[in-house]
Every structure is written in C-alpha cells, then in structure tokens.
Write a new protein. Structure first.
Length: 161
C-alpha cells in the first residue's frame, strides 16, 4: 500500500471515530423549554391574550390591589363556610368514596359521574359570588367550579361533615 492509501484510510477512520463519538457525548434530551417556553412568555406578556382570565389585570374578578396570586382570588375560610352550614342545618353529609375522592383536585376538571348538588339557597346567600363560577356540594365538601369548563377552582374540605 502506498502512503496516499494510508493517509486516506487514516482520514476515513478519524472521521468515523469523530462522527460516532459526537452523539455519545451529547446531552440527553427532554430537559429544555422547547417551543412552549417562548409561547408561554408571549401569552403572559400579551394583554389581549389575558382578557377575561381570572387573576389577570383585565379580569372580571374584584380587584385586590395585586397583592395575591390567582389561587387566593377565590379564598373563603373553612370557619366561615362551616358556620354557615351549621347555622342553616346543612350537616351530616356523607363523603365521597375514597377512589372517587382522590380524583377531585383543584385545577382539574370535575371528574364525570361525581354527584354534585347545588348549594342550598339559604347558604348560597352567605357565600361570595364570582362571575363565571358556581358553588357546589360534592360529598361533604364545598367546591367552587368554573361554569364553562367544570374546572375545580377551590375545595373547602369537610364543610358539611
């Protein structure tokens, strides 16, 4: 073999070693923001996207001066709700079965098939009202649900115990 054949063979081997080692040295995927990061920033900073969403500057919710995050917009204490239930005699309700109860979570849609009752009118008058949301009795809990999406916004556990 001639010197030129050895140099061509050496170049081919060196190139194949480099090309096979690059993927091995690369970072594993799945940790980046991807396209969702830039899109989320756009949505957060675009006032037209935020119109009508609870917790934003253009919300239909009462203004709290910007002191609290979204989840505190719908705050109502257990003690106040429990006092209303006891005063009007709405106690002794049974809780949900454990398998069904674990599917009830804030920020998720109300699971299909969960029996939910309207809050008695006497008690409803004492609860705060929010445009686009309704209070429901689910088992022995008082739950605030978005009317259009059935997403659970607030759960006050054991109010009707």
């Amino acid at each position: 073999m001639s010197t030129s054949s050895f140099s061509v063979l050496a170049i081919v081997l060196a190139t194949s070693v480099v090309l096979t080692s690059v993927p091995v040295l690369a970072e594993p995927g799945g940790k980046g923001q991807g396209n969702g990061g830039a899109d989320y920033q756009w949505q957060r900073n675009n006032p037209r996207h935020q119109e009508g969403h609870p917790g934003t500057a253009r919300s239909s919710m009462p203004d709290d001066g910007g002191r609290s995050p979204d989840h505190n917009r719908f705050s109502y204490s257990y003690n106040d709700a429990r006092r209303l239930a006891v005063d009007h005699g709405f106690t002794g309700y049974r809780g949900l079965p454990p398998g069904v109860a674990k599917n009830l979570a804030r920020g998720k849609p109300l699971p299909p098939g969960i029996a939910r009752r309207a809050v008695p009118p006497e008690m409803l008058r004492g609860l705060p009202s929010y445009l686009g949301y309704e209070w429901r009795v689910v088992g022995k809990d008082l739950v605030l649900i978005a009317i259009s999406t059935a997403v659970v916004t607030t759960i006050i556990n054991g109010v009707f115990d």
